[in-house]
Design a protein around this ligand. Structure first.
Ligand code: NOJ
Length: 739
C-alpha cells in the first residue's frame, strides 16, 4: 500500500471516529443551528402523523421546506425511504427525518405484552426480545419507538396495565433498563438500533379510579420512592428520549410540568436526550384548565422543556410569534433543537449511505425467541392433583373457549404491525403436538364478550368425549391497552356460564387465561383443577402453551403485579404500609348478632378476605422448591458497609424447574414508615430434580436507603427484617441491625 493511500485511509478512519465523538457532534449541531431559520427550528420541534401512503405532494413540499422533524406511524418502508431522500437531498440544510412508531412488544414478530414479559423476571430475555424487535423495525426505517412504558401499575382497572412492567419500582426499573439496552443496542448508530422513549413521565399509572387519562395525586415522597424510580433506571441506562404523560400530576399537567421536566429530569438527572409530548398533550393542557389557549399551551410546554410536539400544532402555530414578541427566548428553542439534532446524529441519520428500508417478515430466530418468551411469561397459578402436564401420548383433549383459536387476541394490544399469518394459536399448536385426532375443538363462544350460549352444547359434547378439558378464556385484545379501563375485572360475556356447562361433563378442567391485566376469577379457578395465566402471549403463544401443557416445557413465570380477589380491593399492592391496626388471617368473618368487638377493628373488609387472590411474585412450577438455612453474614452493619444473605434452595419434586428467588426487606421502625415488604433483588435458577443450590445476595446499606420527610435519601439506624422468598407473602426471615 502506498504511503499516501495509507495516510488517506487513516484520515478517513479518523473522521469516522470523530463523527462518533460527542464534541464533534456538538460542533456539528452548533454549525447547523447557526444556519437554521426560526421556521426550520420550529419544524424540527414538530412531529406529525400526516404522512400517508403514497406521500402527498403537499407533504413532500413540506419536507423540502423543513416543516417537520419527525413523523409518527407514517407510510410504508418505501415511502419512508423516499421521504428521507427528500429531506436529505432536497431540503435546504439536509436535516434527516426521524420516523417513530409504537414498537411496544415486537414489530412483525410479537412477544408477550409487556406485563407478560415482566412475569418472566428475566432481563436477559427481555433485552433479547427488544433487540429483535428493534432489528425488525429499523430494517423498515423506524429508528424511534415509544417504549418502554415504565408507569407503575397498581390498579388493574387501568387498561394500560398491559403495557406496563407491573407494580414494583425495582423490578420495573431492572426490566426497563433491559428493554433500553435491547432497543438501543451497543450503539444507537448501529443500523439495527432504535432510540427508546421512556414513558409516560410521570405518574400516569396512578390514574384515579383506574380511568385512563385521569388525574393523579402523588405526594413527592411517593413519587420519588416509587413512580420515578424506573424512569431513573432507564435514564441511567441511556434512554434516548422521554415522553411526557397525558395526566395532570398534583394539578399540573405533566406536559407543562417544570418540576418534572426541568428540576428532576434536566437538572437532577442531567438528561440531554429528547423530551417529546404525548399525542396532542400540549393542546390538551387547555382542556386540563392549565393553559388559556393554544398559544399559552405552546409557551408553557416550551418553558417546561418539551422539545418536540406530537401531532397537535401549537408550536407551529405560535412559537415564531412567541419568540418574536419575546415571552419565549430564542435560546430556549435552540436547546430543544439541539436535543433533537443530537439524537439524529447519534442515530447516524445524517449518514446518507445507509441502506434504504425494506419490507421484512418474522424470521425463524425471532419466532423461536417469541416462543421462549411466551413460555417464560406464563404463570401457573394452580395445579391440583397435578393434572398438568397432560400425558401427551394417551390423552384426548377438548379444546374449548373463545380464545383457543384467535390470532388477533393472542397478540394483544399494540400489535398493529403483527404478521397475523405467522401467529400459531393454541388449537393449531395442540393439533400439531398431539395429532389432530386427539384434539376435539368446540369454541363454545365466538368471542370473550359473547353472551350467546348456543355453542355450549357442542362444547359440553366435546368435553364428554375427552379426558381433559383445556378451556381458553379471558379477555380479547381490544379490552386492554390505552383507553380500555374496566370497572369490572371478571371474565366478560358468558364465560362463567360456559365453565359451569362444561363442568357437567365431569372432566378435569385446565383453565388457561389470556388477558391484558389481572382479572378476578375466584369462582372459575375453584372449578378448575389447574390455572395457567398466559397474558396475551404473542405470535408464538400457541406453541408455547402447547409445550407447557404437555410438559415439553415447565412453567416458571411469576406475577409482576398483585391479583385481587375482587375489584373492590383495588388498588392492592404488596408494598403497602402496615397501618396501626393490621388485620390477621383469622379475622375474616362477620360476627353474628351485634356484639361490641374491639378486637375486630382492624384494617380489613367485612365481606371479603383482605389478602390478595395471588400475591406479587407468585407462580408455581411442575416441581416443588424448599427454602432453608437462611444466613446473614453479620448481625449488624454500619452505613457504607455491605453484607450477604444466603439460603439453600432445594428442588424436592420429580422434575426440573426454574425458581425465581426474591429478596425483600422491611424496616421495623423508621422516621417515615416503610412498606411491609420491599423487593431488593431477585435471581432465577434452574434446578434439576433433587438438586439443592445456595443462593446469595450482597446488599449494601445504599440498597436499604429511603426518602425521609425532608426528601433526603437516608440510611437510618434501625432493625431491618429480611426475607428470601418465593413471593411477597412467604419466605424465610432474618434480621440485621443498621448502626
Ligand atoms: C398515545 C400513547 O399514550 C403513547 O403511549 C403512544 O406512544 C402515542 N400515543 C403514540 O402512538
Amino acid at each position: 500500500m502506498s504511503r499516501i493511500w495509507c495516510l488517506a485511509a487513516l484520515g478517513f478512519l479518523h473522521s469516522v471516529l470523530l463523527a462518533q465523538s460527542g464534541s464533534d457532534v456538538e460542533a456539528r449541531i452548533g454549525a447547523l443551528l447557526s444556519r437554521m431559520t426560526l421556521d426550520e427550528k420550529i419544524g424540527q420541534m414538530s412531529q406529525s402523523t400526516a404522512m400517508a401512503s403514497p406521500i402527498s405532494a403537499q407533504i413532500k413540499a413540506e419536507i423540502r421546506a423543513g416543516r417537520w422533524g419527525s413523523f409518527l406511524n407514517a407510510g410504508s418502508p418505501a415511502d419512508r425511504a423516499e421521504a428521507q431522500r427528500i429531506a436529505l437531498k432536497e431540503s435546504r440544510l439536509g436535516i434527516p427525518l426521524l420516523f417513530g412508531r409504537d414498537v411496544i412488544h415486537g414489530y412483525k414478530t410479537i412477544y408477550p405484552i409487556p406485563v407478560g414479559q415482566a412475569a418472566s423476571w428475566d432481563p436477559a430475555l427481555i433485552e433479547e426480545a427488544a433487540r429483535e424487535a428493534a432489528g425488525e423495525a429499523a430494517a423498515e426505517g423506524i429508528r424511534w419507538t415509544f417504549a418502554p412504558m415504565v408507569d407503575i401499575a397498581r390498579d388493574p382497572r387501568w387498561g394500560r396495565v398491559a403495557e406496563s412492567l407491573g407494580e414494583d419500582p425495582y423490578l420495573a426499573g431492572v426490566l426497563a433498563a433491559a428493554m433500553v439496552r435491547g432497543l438501543q443496542g451497543k450503539s444507537l448508530a448501529d443500523a439495527a438500533s432504535v432510540a427508546a422513549c421512556v414513558k409516560h413521565f410521570a405518574g400516569y399509572g396512578a390514574a384515579e379510579a383506574g380511568r385512563d387519562y385521569n388525574s393523579t395525586w402523588i405526594p413527592e415522597i411517593l413519587l420519588r420512592e416509587v413512580y420515578l424510580q424506573p424512569f431513573h433506571a432507564a435514564r441511567q441506562q441511556g434512554a434516548a428520549s422521554f415522553m411526557t404523560a397525558f395526566n395532570a400530576l398534583n394539578g399540573v399537567p405533566a406536559t407543562g410540568n417544570r418540576f418534572l421536566l426541568e428540576d428532576v429530569l434536566r437538572r437532577e438527572w442531567q438528561y440531554d436526550g429528547v423530551v417529546v409530548s404525548d399525542y396532542e398533550s400540549i393542546r390538551e393542557m387547555i382542556a386540563h384548565g392549565f393553559a388559556r389557549d393554544s398559544r399559552d399551551a405552546a409557551a408553557k410546554a416550551v418553558a417546561a422543556g418539551v422539545d418536540m410536539e406530537m401531532v397537535s400544532t401549537t408550536y407551529f402555530d405560535h412559537l415564531k410569534q412567541l419568540v418574536e414578541s419575546e415571552p419565549i427566548r430564542a435560546s430556549q428553542l435552540d436547546g430543544a433543537v439541539r436535543n433533537i439534532l443530537r439524537l439524529k446524529f447519534r442515530l447516524g441519520l445524517f449518514d446518507q449511505s445507509v441502506t434504504p428500508p425494506r419490507e421484512i417478515e418474522p424470521g425463524a430466530a425471532a419466532l423461536r425467541l417469541a416462543e421462549r418468551a411466551a413460555i417464560r411469561s406464563a404463570v401457573l397459578l394452580k395445579n391440583e392433583g397435578e393434572v398438568l402436564p397432560i400425558a401427551s401420548a394417551t390423552t384426548t383433549v377438548a379444546v374449548i373457549g373463545p380464545l383457543a383459536d384467535s390470532r388477533a387476541d393472542q397478540v394483544g394490544t399494540w400489535s398493529m404491525d403483527a404478521r397475523l399469518e405467522a401467529v400459531e394459536t393454541p388449537l393449531a399448536a395442540l393439533r400439531k403436538a398431539l395429532g389432530p385426532d386427539r384434539v376435539l375443538f368446540a369454541p363454545g363462544m365466538r368471542n370473550s364478550r359473547d353472551r350467546d350460549r348456543s355453542g355450549f352444547g357442542a362444547a359440553v359434547d366435546a368435553a364428554r368425549r375427552a379426558d381433559v378439558v383445556l378451556l381458553f378464556l379471558g379477555e380479547e385484545a381490544i379490552l386492554s391497552g390505552e383507553a380500555r379501563s374496566r370497572a369490572f375485572l371478571d371474565l366478560p360475556g358468558a364465560q362463567d356460564a360456559l365453565i359451569d356447562a362444561v363442568r357437567a361433563a365431569g372432566k378435569p378442567i385446565v383453565l388457561v387465561i389470556l388477558a391484558g391485566r389481572p382479572l378476578t376469577f375466584h369462582d372459575a379457578a375453584a372449578k378448575a383443577a389447574t390455572v395457567v395465566y398466559a397474558w396475551h402471549p404473542g405470535t408464538m403463544g400457541g406453541p408455547a402453551l402447547a409445550s407447557l401443557l404437555t410438559g415439553k416445557a415447565t412453567p416458571s413465570g411469576r406475577l409482576p403485579i398483585t391479583f385481587p380477589r375482587t375489584v373492590g380491593q383495588v388498588p392492592i399492592y404488596y408494598a403497602h404500609l402496615n397501618t396501626g391496626r393490621p388485620a390477621s388471617d383469622k379475622e375474616l368473618g362477620i360476627p353474628l348478632g351485634n356484639p361490641e368487638q374491639p378486637a375486630g377493628y382492624t384494617s380489613k373488609y367485612i365481606d371479603v378476605d383482605f389478602t390478595p387472590e395471588y400475591p406479587f411474585g407468585y407462580g408455581l412450577t411442575y416441581t416443588r422448591f424448599e427454602y432453608s438455612g437462611l444466613h446473614i453474614s453479620a448481625p449488624s452493619i454500619r452505613s457504607g458497609e455491605t453484607f450477604t444473605i444466603s439460603a439453600s434452595i432445594a428442588n424436592r419434586g420429580a422434575r426440573e424447574g426454574v425458581e425465581t428467588v426474591q429478596l425483600y426487606a422491611h424496616w421495623r421502625s423508621a422516621s417515615v414508615a416503610q412498606p411491609v415488604r420491599k423487593l431488593l433483588a431477585f435471581q432465577s435458577m434452574a434446578l434439576r430434580a433433587g438438586e439443592t443450590r445456595a443462593v446469595s445476595f450482597t446488599v449494601s446499606t445504599a440498597d436499604l436507603s429511603f426518602y425521609n420527610a425532608r426528601l433526603e435519601r437516608v440510611i437510618e439506624p434501625g432493625r431491618v427484617e429480611l426475607w428470601i422468598a418465593p413471593d411477597a407473602a412467604h419466605g424465610i426471615a432474618g434480621e440485621i441491625e443498621v448502626r
